[in-house]
Design a protein around this ligand. Structure first.
Ligand code: OGA
Ligand code: NI
Length: 374
């Protein structure tokens, strides 16, 4: 099917793509963001470069089942519960990591007002003038501290995704764009709080694996760990059924702590079905990521997830990746390995090489992880 960008009756009045390309060439703007595209006057259909053909076998989409709900973990019980409640919480975390690779975290220590402020600041960033944002654009390295971009892996994507993003490395060294006003301070505070949350949660996760509480923190060198903010903008799309916000993938790092602006769009794969994640205000959506799967020698599974778009509301999500230090060689915990009964299922690789692999390959799903699988 051929999808045209503008219907023919509008062709004479609408600014056309070539004009847009021309202005890209003549200014400091390096790529066309979805925001620029979505705000073009009279956009009624999407350019063919954004049309996504889905595999119908892939398409079992449902809301969560009452008999198998998305796990909910009460973080406060790790600290203020009775010993029994704490033990049960650790057990539940382990089960969620094993069966879903995903859970919702409630009663955590990050103030609701700070979560809202962070989302507002991200929104304000995306509302800056395009030239101001494009200062951070370019096909750069994974170690570049601030990257503004669009799609998923723009230099590799055959079909583009309906998403603009900014990725910021906030640890071991803190970086931030200077605009909009207040972004830096809010981001710094949000990152401090989520970092603490992630590290505490990883203690519970270590225990759930039968390891010492600080095992992951220590072996993954989290004192110097990489922490990254990936903020995503999904604007309303005129043909949401033909476009995709983010393709199925799993994340690098140990955990991804995701929040959103109250608009749903995340789907996680569970028992071969895409489950719509219904949002609960004030909770973190916690995604088990590839390096936790590797450390656990495959006991815990990084979750395949994707983001769908709608034609109604603008969606913002803010992902916080808690990850090993760049030079850590991530490999299965030796305590969990037995050469006879449970041999290592993954080869060791530094976090930096892993990220490079993700960037330079046209790889979706779990195919980066599959490259280190034995
Ligand atoms: C991500 C991600 C999903 C979302 O940033 O890695 O998967 O819902 N985001 O935006
Ligand atoms: Ni992700």
């Amino acid at each position: 099917m051929i999808i045209t960008f503008f219907t023919s009756s509008m062709a004479s009045t609408a600014p056309d793509v070539s004009q847009d390309q021309e202005s890209i060439k003549n200014s400091s703007i390096k790529f066309r963001s979805v925001k620029t595209l979505a705000e073009s006057p009279e956009l009624t259909s999407i350019p063919s470069s954004y049309t996504f053909t889905t595999n119908p076998d892939d398409e079992l989409v449902t809301d969560p089942d009452d008999d198998d709900p998305i796990p909910v973990i009460d973080y406060s019980l790790l600290f203020s519960g009775t010993p029994d409640q704490r033990a049960k919480t650790i057990h539940d975390i382990g089960r969620a990591c094993e069966q879903w690779g995903f859970f919702m975290l409630i009663n955590h220590c990050v103030p609701k007002s700070l979560m809202e402020k962070m989302v507002d600041q991200v929104f304000a960033f995306f509302n800056l003038k395009e030239e101001e944002k494009q200062e951070y654009a370019g096909n750069k390295n994974v170690t570049d501290p601030i990257r503004y971009g669009t799609s998923f892996n723009a230099s590799m994507d055959k079909v583009k995704f309906w998403r603009d993003f900014i990725k910021i490395i906030v640890h071991p060294k803190f970086h931030s764009p200077d605009k909009p006003p207040g972004f830096r301070d809010t981001c710094a505070e949000y990152c401090r709080k989520t970092r603490k949350l992630g590290r505490e949660l990883l203690k519970g996760i270590s225990e759930s694996l039968g390891l010492e509480a600080d095992y992951i923190d220590r072996t993954m060198n989290l004192d110097h760990g990489l922490q990254m903010i990936a903020a995503n903008l999904y604007l309303p799309c005129p043909q949401p059924e033909l476009a995709m916000g983010m393709p199925p993938h799993s994340d690098h790092g140990l955990l991804n702590l995701l929040i959103q602006n109250g608009v749903c769009g995340l789907q996680v794969l569970h028992h071969n079905r895409w489950i719509n994640v219904t949002s609960t205000p004030n909770c973190f959506l916690v995604l088990v990521s590839d390096h936790l799967e590797i450390v656990s020698n495959g006991k815990y599974k990084s979750v395949l997830h994707r983001a769908v778009v709608s034609n109604k509301a603008t969606r913002i999500s803010v992902a916080t990746v808690i990850a090993p230090s760049m030079d850590t060689v991530v490999e299965p915990a030796s305590e969990l390995i037995d050469n006879e009964t449970n041999p290592a299922a993954y080869v060791g690789m530094t976090h930096k090489d892993y990220m490079e692999l993700q960037r330079t390959n046209h790889l979706y799903g779990k195919s980066v992880l599959n490259q280190v699988r034995i």
